[in-house]
Design a protein around this ligand. Structure first.
Ligand SMILES: Nc1ncnc2c1ncn2[C@@H]1O[C@H](COP(=O)(O)OP(=O)(O)OP(=O)(O)O)[C@@H](O)[C@H]1O
Length: 260
């Protein structure tokens, strides 16, 4: 059965090494003084337990929950609450300091639109690279090429190096490629909402096909309409912890009330 299970999972990032004792003290004192309830930005700062010469940011702290097949999870929370870090952990990009993670089912992460792209190569050449990476049979390449070229609508830029693309153009190509696989577990950051208005509409349509095919969706977004549309359950994160976990309407109502 497809599932994701976390038990007491934690992850911290060292953000300051070997700085003077007074600078570290000042930083920690400031972090403490600016703590507001509810928290408004970033993970909690602390000194390293072993190497006390380092200041750490506690990005995830003691997370325990389970996601089962059929669930569509939205991650919400303040800037720096730990949403993207959690997504990266689930995608196997970050190792955790502590805790247990059990994932059953193949996953695909839509986190970085430029992921795996060579900026010196054209859109078309990057598509060929992508096809090799996912092990696409040669016979299916022309259909993929036609699909991606039509979807990305890059015109002549499709044959120019990606480094010449605007950020919106890179996102079009990255999105078109990233939405080709059909994984059982789909992990998605909110960058898919980027791009111009018309592209967003197209992107939503294409995404719907991918989401429908997935057994589990985990998506981060600051957009309440997006979360309401896509998700059945919301994990509201605060300073690397789960502040609330429940049905979409219930959690978003509480979240909105906290912002008022
Ligand atoms: N690579 C990194 N190195 C050091 N600190 C990091 C790194 N990535 C994230 N952090 C820190 O971890 C905390 C959580 O960051 P994360 O990107 O997961 O937040 P987020 O909830 O996705 O925020 P946002 O809504 O702004 O995208 C923040 O305090 C951030 O400064």
């Amino acid at each position: 059965m497809t599932h994701i299970r976390l038990e007491n999972l934690s992850l911290s990032f060292p953000v300051l090494h070997g700085a003077s004792r007074s600078l570290k003290k000042t930083l920690l004192a400031r972090a403490k003084a600016t703590v507001t309830k509810p928290a408004s930005v970033g993970g909690r700062m602390r000194l390293g337990a072993v190497a006390s010469d380092a200041v750490l940011v506690q990005a995830l702290s003691g997370l325990t929950f389970q996601i089962n097949g059929g669930e569509r999870i939205g991650l919400i929370g303040h800037n720096g609450a730990g949403k993207t870090t959690l997504l990266r952990v689930l995608a196997g990009i970050y190792e955790t300091d502590d805790g247990y993670l059990d994932i059953e089912g193949d996953s695909h992460a839509l986190i970085d639109p430029q992921s795996g792209m060579n900026p010196e190569l054209s859109g078309r050449e990057n598509l060929n690279l992508f096809a090799c990476r996912i092990g696409l049979p040669k016979g299916q390449l022309p259909a993929l090429e036609a699909d991606v070229e039509a979807f990305a609508e890059l015109g002549p830029f499709f044959d120019l190096p990606v480094r010449l693309y605007s950020s919106g153009m890179s996102i079009r190509l990255g999105f078109a490629l990233a939405t080709v696989p059909r994984p059982r577990i789909l992990l998605m950051d909110e960058w898919f909402m980027a791009g111009d208005q018309r592209f967003q509409e197209k992107a939503k349509e294409r995404m719907a096909g991918m989401v429908d095919a997935a057994e589990i969706l985990v998506v981060t977004s600051h957009s309440l309409p997006v979360l309401k549309q896509w998700c059945t359950r919301i994990l509201w994160m605060e300073e690397g912890q789960i502040r609330m976990d429940g049905p979409t309407d219930t959690v978003l109502e509480a979240y909105e009330a906290s912002l008022a």
